[in-house]
Design a protein around this ligand. Structure first.
Ligand code: IMP
Length: 185
């Protein structure tokens, strides 16, 4: 058990080996979904949470890829969404007529992804799809089309494999549940 402020990092929800297996499966699905590419697929890593997933996914894909990065702010250091999303870092290349795949760590309320999808659509890509490692549907506020989904997870705040609490624990290999002790409210 690790304590971060008032939060306790609890048991493992998804083990490293299960994550790696699912990443391989997702990569095979994505390879198959782009049989004819005029140019490499642009993987858009949504910083910071998707960094480890993007790195593993990119290496599991056999189709040619390019890597791009965007960053949004929606959560601060809390474990609940602030309800507003802002772009902190935009792409640095032109996406016009490119096949683009947004790579997300987790879809919770759906606010970040729907904001980003709208934003990236203004770049006029040839196609725009979404892969998300985790899907936490219980707090969904926006309808989100997830083209490639890793795992459905219950209503828990989770850390590890890129996901953080107060910027910490992104480097855990497994995905763990975070518990808020009753005394912390
Ligand atoms: P959404 O806009 O509510 O869908 O949230 C998207 C972002 O919130 C994700 O990319 C994560 O950075 C963060 N987030 C949502 N749920 C969790 C969680 O359980 N653990 C860590 N970060 C989370």
């Amino acid at each position: 058990m690790t304590q971060v402020g008032d939060l306790i990092v609890g048991g493992i929800l998804i083990e490293d080996t299960a994550i790696q297996r699912r990443v391989e499966e997702l990569a095979a699905e994505i390879d198959a979904a782009y049989p004819v590419l005029e140019q490499p697929l642009v993987l858009i890593c949504v910083l910071k949470g998707s960094i480890l997933f993007t790195a593993d996914l990119a290496r599991a894909l056999t189709i040619p890829v390019e890597l791009e990065f965007v960053a949004c702010r929606s959560y601060g250091d809390a474990t609940t969404s602030s309800g507003t999303v802002e772009l902190v870092k935009d792409v640095s290349m032109t996406l016009r007529d490119r096949d683009v795949l947004m790579v997300e760590d987790i879809i919770d309320t759906g606010l970040t992804t729907s904001f980003l999808r709208k934003h990236l659509a203004t770049h006029h890509p040839r196609s725009l799809r979404l892969v998300s490692l985790l899907d936490k549907r219980s707090h969904r506020m926006r309808e989100v089309q997830i083209d490639f989904r890793g795992f459905d997870i219950p209503d828990h705040f989770v850390v590890g494999y890129g996901l953080d609490v107060a910027q910490r624990l992104r480097n855990l290999r497994d995905i763990h549940v975070v518990e808020v002790p009753l005394s912390a409210g």
